[in-house]
Design a binder for this molecule. Structure first.
Ligand code: GLC
Length: 472
C-alpha cells in the first residue's frame, strides 16, 4: 500500500474557488486499493457548518514562524471514504474569502510549515506529499532544505494547475517565515522570493494538468517567467490530464435539472425551453444556444468575446453567460445583454445548480481561452450534450478535436490563433452545422454523450509515477 498525502489550499466540498478544488475533491477517491490517498487543507471558517460538525480533533501544536510560535489545531474527518485533515488557526483562516489578503504569503507559509510539523501527529505516514499550486509550494522547498533529517525518505510531487499564480513576495516580508538568512538562487525571482520556483527545483516530480500545457510551459508565452526553470527540469516534468467525476455530472440523475434526461430521449430540448423561460429569453427550441460558464478574466478569452460580441449577436442565436470576475467584463456583458434582451442573458454570480441547467440547455459551450492548463468545463459540457467551441491550447487541445463534416472525425469546433475573428468564424461554422445539417449535429451530440473523461485513466498514470518515484 502506497500512502499519499495531498496538500492543497482547497478541496470540494469543503472549500472551492476553481477547478483545482474539484480535482482535490475527486482524484483521491479515484485510486484503487493500491493507494491510500488522504488530503490536508486549511480549516477555513467558510467550510459549511454541516461538514464542520463531523470534524474530530487530533490535538494541537505550535508552529515556529520567525521568532514567534503560532497555534495549530489538527482536525480530521472521513468524507465518503476519503480521510481529510485540517489545519486550524483562527488568525489566518477565519476570513470571509480563501485568498486575496495582504498576508497571503505568511498565511500559506504557515500552512506549509504546519503540515510538515503535523505529520507526526497523524495516524498516517505518507510516502509522498503531493502538493498543488503556489499555496503549497513551500512544502517541497522546506522538506528538501529543512525537514530532511526528520523525513529522510519522504518524496514530494508538485502539480502546477496554473502557472500564472506563483506566490511572489518581497524578501524582507516573508524571509523570516521561511527561516532564511539570505535569498537563495532557487527561490530568487527578480530580487524577490518566488515560492513556485522553489517548488519546481525541490520537488522530486513536477506535474501539470495536461500534456500540451506541460510542453507549453517551456515557452515564454505560457511560462510566466519560469519557462527557463521548466526547461531545466524537463526530465522530471510530466503532463497528466484531469478527469471529471462522471457520477456527479450525470444528466440522468442531476437533481439540479428541471428535467433530467438521457441521450436517447428528446428531453434536452425541454431543458432549453425551461432555461429560456427562467432567463426571459424567447422560448424557441430551434435557436442555437451558446453558453459560457467561467471566471470573467482575461485567461478565459473574455477580451476576444468583448471584441466581437456585437457580430456574434447578429446571428440568430442565444448567448448565455454565467460568472463573476473583473468588473470591466461584468459591466460590459451586463450592458450588452441589456441591449439585446432577446438574444443574450448575462448572470453575474456563482450558482452551481444554475450552471448545470445551462450546460443541459445549451447546444454549444464556448471556451476561447488564452491559456488553459486543463479545463474541466469542456468535459462537463459534453456530458450534458453541449458541443465545445474552444481555442486549441493546453488541455482544450488534448480533449477536443476539430469536427470534420466529411470524415465525421472530431468532437468539437476549434481555432488555433488567439484572434477574435478566428473565434467568430469558428462560431459561425458551428452555428451553420446546427442549422443546415441537423443530422450531423445530432451525431456530434451522440459522440459527446459517449465521451468518457472519468478519473480512472489519470489515477493510473499518477500511480505509475508514484511507483517510479519510490523505485517500486
Ligand atoms: C486551474 C486551471 C484549469 C484546470 C484546473 C484544475 O483552474 O486554470 O485549466 O482545469 O486548474 O487542474
Amino acid at each position: 500500500m502506497l500512502n499519499v498525502l495531498f496538500v492543497a489550499s482547497e478541496a470540494y466540498p469543503f472549500a472551492k474557488t476553481g477547478g483545482m478544488g474539484d480535482v482535490i475533491g475527486a482524484l483521491p477517491r479515484a485510486f484503487t486499493k493500491d493507494v491510500d490517498a488522504r488530503v490536508i487543507m486549511p480549516l477555513y471558517s467558510t467550510i459549511p457548518k454541516k461538514l464542520r460538525e463531523t470534524f474530530k480533533s487530533l490535538g494541537h501544536l505550535y508552529v515556529q514562524m520567525n521568532d514567534k510560535f503560532d497555534y495549530c489545531g489538527i482536525f480530521t474527518c472521513d468524507y465518503e471514504g476519503v480521510i481529510f485533515y485540517f489545519i486550524d488557526n483562527e488568525a489566518f483562516f477565519n476570513r470571509p474569502a480563501l485568498y486575496g489578503y495582504f498576508d497571503d504569503g505568511e498565511r500559506f507559509i504557515f500552512f506549509c510549515r504546519a503540515v510538515l510539523d503535523a505529520i507526526p501527529y497523524l495516524d498516517f505516514t505518507p510516502d509522498i506529499l503531493h502538493c498543488h499550486d503556489w499555496q503549497t509550494a513551500a512544502v517541497p522547498y522546506l522538506l528538501t532544505h529543512q525537514y530532511r533529517m526528520i523525513f529522510p525518505d519522504m518524496k514530494s510531487v508538485f502539480t502546477v494547475h496554473n502557472m500564472k499564480y506563483q506566490g511572489v513576495y518581497d524578501f524582507d516580508h516573508i524571509n523570516g517565515y521561511l527561516h532564511l538568512g539570505f535569498l537563495p538562487s532557487d527561490l530568487e525571482f527578480y530580487g524577490r522570493i518566488n515560492l513556485l520556483k522553489g517548488a519546481l527545483y525541490s520537488a522530486d516530480l513536477v506535474t501539470t494538468v495536461s500534456p500540451t500545457y506541460a510542453e507549453e510551459l517551456k515557452d515564454p508565452y505560457f511560462g510566466e517567467g519560469l519557462e527557463g526553470v521548466i526547461r531545466e527540469i524537463s526530465d522530471r516534468e510530466v503532463g497528466i490530464i484531469n478527469g471529471i467525476d462522471e457520477s456527479c455530472y450525470d444528466p440522468r440523475t442531476d437533481s439540479a435539472l428541471t428535467i433530467p434526461f438521457a441521450d436517447s430521449d428528446n428531453k434536452k430540448a425541454e431543458n432549453k425551453k425551461a432555461l429560456q423561460k427562467h432567463l426571459n429569453l424567447p422560448i424557441r427550441e430551434d435557436v442555437p444556444m451558446i453558453s459560457m460558464i467561467t471566471r470573467l478574466v482575461e485567461q478565459k478569452g473574455l477580451d476576444l468575446v468583448a471584441n466581437v460580441i456585437h457580430e456574434i449577436l447578429q446571428m440568430d442565436i442565444q448567448l448565455v453567460i454565467l460568472g463573476t470576475g473583473d468588473s470591466v467584463y461584468e459591466d460590459l456583458l451586463q450592458s450588452v445583454a441589456y441591449n439585446y434582451p432577446d438574444k443574450m442573458s448575462a448572470i453575474i454570480g456563482f450558482d452551481e445548480p444554475l450552471s448545470r441547467r445551462i450546460y443541459a440547455a445549451s447546444d454549444f459551450f464556448l471556451m476561447p481561452s488564452k491559456f488553459e492548463p486543463c479545463g474541466l468545463s469542456q468535459m462537463i459540457a459534453m456530458r450534458y450534450g453541449a458541443i465545445p467551441i474552444v481555442r486549441e491550447t493546453g488541455g482544450l487541445k488534448d480533449t477536443i478535436t476539430c469536427f470534420d463534416s466529411k470524415t465525421k472525425q472530431g468532437n468539437g469546433f476549434c481555432f488555433a490563433t488567439y484572434n477574435a475573428h478566428d473565434m467568430l468564424f469558428t462560431i459561425q461554422q458551428a452555428v451553420s452545422l446546427y442549422t443546415e445539417t441537423p443530422e450531423l449535429f445530432q451525431d456530434l451530440i451522440k459522440k459527446a454523450f459517449n465521451t468518457h473523461s472519468d478519473w480512472t485513466l489519470s489515477a493510473n498514470t499518477y500511480l505509475a509515477q508514484y511507483q517510479k518515484l519510490l523505485g517500486e
